[in-house]
Design a protein around this ligand. Structure first.
Ligand code: HEC
Length: 218
């Protein structure tokens, strides 16, 4: 009994010391999301996350595995460009304005740490999201086991390390565009037209064919 008590207090002491060191480091470094999580922090967070995925979900087979054809790949690629690339990048590197400044940051999904996850684990993460990170839950809780779009994205994630320049080019058209970006594009399209504009008389507001604009009548 005395031994158990001693062990308990020893554990408590270790926890308090570790907590104090963590608090001290946090105070020194601040809590900016720009910082890079330490290797220990990343290892702990990932291990705990992966352990929390139920075994049944982890071992689930991708029902679309045999349908990994060009059409399904294209659909998933464009879905990724539209929904995921904002944080993960079209190439899965996580190297985007948002991704680089998150804490934790989206990992480079072309690397082994992601590619070694099972299809079931990838599916589970996408459907349920990851708490205390920026990774949202994409699944509809009512149909969590049968989201074909997510299974197709899992197929696509396996192709991230080998995307071709053509794939990446195609994806650019599917990246969401804000109003400002669209306006910028309109402006850049309009510029060459302005340059090539015919002579003054045809400019808007000086159109002599319009009623009231014909000054010769006066
Ligand atoms: C708002 C930003 C954001 C968006 C949008 C987003 N993610 Fe994530 N995602 C993250 C972050 C941050 C992580 C890291 C989570 C962690 O550390 O556990 C992550 C992790 C993941 C992982 C786990 C990778 C690994 O190796 O641990 C998968 C799989 C994933 N995202 C898939 C997707 C898919 C598919 C989409 C689109 C349908 C998507 N994400 C959209 C931010 C985002």
């Amino acid at each position: 009994m005395v031994k158990a008590c001693k062990l308990f207090f020893l554990l408590l002491l270790v926890l308090v010391i570790v907590g104090a060191i963590y608090a001290w480091r946090l105070k020194r470094r601040g809590f900016s999301a720009r910082n890079q999580p330490s290797a220990v922090e990343t290892l702990l967070a990932r291990t705990m996350r992966n352990m929390a995925i139920p075994a049944s979900a982890r071992n689930e087979e991708n029902p679309w595995k045999d349908l990994d054809n060009a059409a399904n790949r294209k659909e998933a690629r464009e879905h990724w460009a539209d929904h995921c690339a904002f944080c993960h990048g079209n190439d899965g590197s996580g190297n985007t304005d948002t991704g680089k400044n998150m804490y934790p940051k989206p990992p480079d999904m072309r690397l082994a740490a992601t590619q070694n996850l099972t299809d079931g684990e990838l599916y589970y993460i996408i459907e349920n999201g990851v708490r205390l990170t920026g990774m949202p839950a994409w699944g509809d809780a009512r149909f969590i086991d049968q989201d074909d779009d997510t299974w197709k994205i899992v197929l696509f994630i396996r192709h991230l390390p080998n995307l071709t320049p053509e794939d990446l080019q195609d994806m650019k058209d599917y990246n969401p565009k804000g109003k400002m970006e669209m306006e910028d594009e309109d402006d850049s399209n309009a510029l060459p037209k302005m340059k090539n504009m015919p002579d003054m008389p045809n400019m808007p507001g000086m159109d002599h064919s319009k009623p009231g604009a014909d000054h010769t009548k006066h």
